[in-house]
Design a protein around this ligand. Structure first.
Ligand SMILES: Cc1ncc(COP(=O)(O)O)c(C=O)c1O
Length: 417
């Protein structure tokens, strides 16, 4: 049973930070807080198991290797994927770079088209701009409708262009909260371009709703551990097995640990995915931490986590909708059974800069994010200089939303508006 009060007590930040229990943390889209079990697992790894993996015959190295392999299996299982489809990276950004270097460089050429959308995080734009510059490919953007959803006509038009090789799309927008109907979009993309590859950015969906790499039928799916209760410094990309087996996706980092044999003139790489794409010493402790976070979330049941998130999002939309000075951005009108919004509510405070709003909120213990949230093209399309974003995770409550609304009343008093 989902009990926010007990859940909150699992997170030491709410007693150990300078504000103590008064902290209202509404910045989980930037990074989530970590439960004690995750911190304990990391400490325990270093206290009991620490040794380098794969290269040792001694017992501790063996145990560490087993821990690394088990952690990878748990993480893959959380995403309903095969362990051999998982490449561990530091975060989503590194994972997208990995796809650009490991797949894009070998499969794109002059005149090919990459389709992204105007709601992408910079990580899912800049990597493709750079890849386009290196290969001569072109990057095109799907525009957005006024309600913060994808413009379906623009999506179809872009996917119908000649030589579209890749669709790079976020599952959930980190600014608008829009939940894209990716299963339908992937099906449409494949109908229009049978050879297209699809990359799904699950950085903002994985913390909140069940994500199945297998069911989605994507070619690449990227995520960050630190947004889903895990430690910073670990994330990954799931890659369709056939792309790995056929060598269409190749290693992009080279060195020890990923080789079969090395001479002074040539190297062959191991076929074992967990090693082939892990050059150098991996961050085993963070893998343990992320695996523990996956188990923690699974115990809460991702369906229930999603339901709870939905309740908070709807409550925030209702309460923030009563504040006259603000304009909420992103989807707000929903068909009765279908709320396509996840994890956050962002808004524009009319006539005031987002940073000023965030600063006053901070003075009353409410931590929100202000700025462009690494989505400058999105802000440009709508003519916004910046926005304020309140984002949630399992430890947030309706009282946190109430505190945000009370904080906005303080903003009004401070600036006399
Ligand atoms: C949708 C989305 N994609 C990618 C990223 C980049 O994540 P990271 O900084 O962990 O690499 C973020 C981070 O906020 C995000 O929200």
């Amino acid at each position: 049973m989902f009990n926010p009060k007990t859940i909150r007590s699992d997170f030491p930040i709410f007693t150990h930070n300078p504000l103590g229990e008064r902290l209202v943390y509404l910045d989980s889209a930037a990074t989530s807080q970590k439960p004690q079990v995750v911190l304990d697992a990391i400490l325990q790894y270093y206290q009991t198991t620490n040794a380098n993996v794969h290269r040792g015959v001694h017992q501790l190295s063996d145990k560490s290797t087993q821990t690394w392999d088990d952690s990878r299996a748990t993480i893959a299982n959380f995403f309903d994927a095969k362990t051999d489809e998982l490449i561990i990276t530091r975060n989503t950004t590194e994972a997208i770079n990995g796809v650009a270097y490991g797949w894009g460089e070998h499969n794109l050429s002059e005149g090919d088209v990459i389709v992204a959308t105007l709601m992408e995080h910079h990580a899912n734009i800049v990597c493709w701009q750079e890849l386009a510059r290196r290969t001569g490919a072109r990057l095109e953007f799907v525009t957005l409708a006024k309600d913060g959803r994808l413009n379906q006509k623009s999506l179809r038009e872009n996917l119908s262009l000649p030589k579209v090789k890749l669709l790079a799309l976020t599952h959930v927008s980190n600014t608008l909260g829009t939940l894209n109907p990716i299963a339908e979009i992937i099906a449409e993309a494949r109908a229009l371009q049978p050879n297209i590859r699809v990359l799904i950015d699950a950085a903002q969906s994985a913390p909140h709703i069940p994500v199945s790499f297998t069911k989605l039928d994507a070619d690449f799916l990227v995520f960050s551990g630190h947004k889903m209760l895990g430690p910073m410094g670990i994330g990954g990309v799931f890659v369709r097995s056939t792309l790995l087996q056929s060598n269409q996706m190749r290693p992009w980092l080279f060195g020890g640990g990923m080789i079969a044999a090395v001479t002074t003139t040539a190297t062959t790489f191991t076929d074992e995915v967990s090693e082939r794409f892990t050059a150098g010493t991996p961050d085993v402790a963070s893998a343990v931490g992320l695996a523990t976070a996956c188990k923690y979330l699974s115990k809460l049941h991702m369906q229930d986590v999603g339901q709870r998130d939905l309740e908070l999002v709807l409550y925030a939309l209702e309460k923030l909708g009563e504040v006259p000075e603000i304009e909420i951005i992103g989807p707000q009108d929903f068909a009765s059974s279908e709320v396509d919004r996840v994890g956050s509510v962002a808004f524009i405070y009319k006539g005031m800069h987002a940073h000023d709003v965030a600063q006053v909120l901070d003075s009353v213990g409410v931590a929100v994010r202000s700025g462009h949230h690494c989505t400058m093209p999105l802000h440009q399309q709508f003519g916004w200089a910046a926005s304020v974003r309140a984002s949630f995770n399992v430890y947030n409550t309706k009282q946190d939303v109430d505190a945000l609304v009370a904080g906005l009343n303080k903003v009004r008093q401070v600036f006399n508006r």
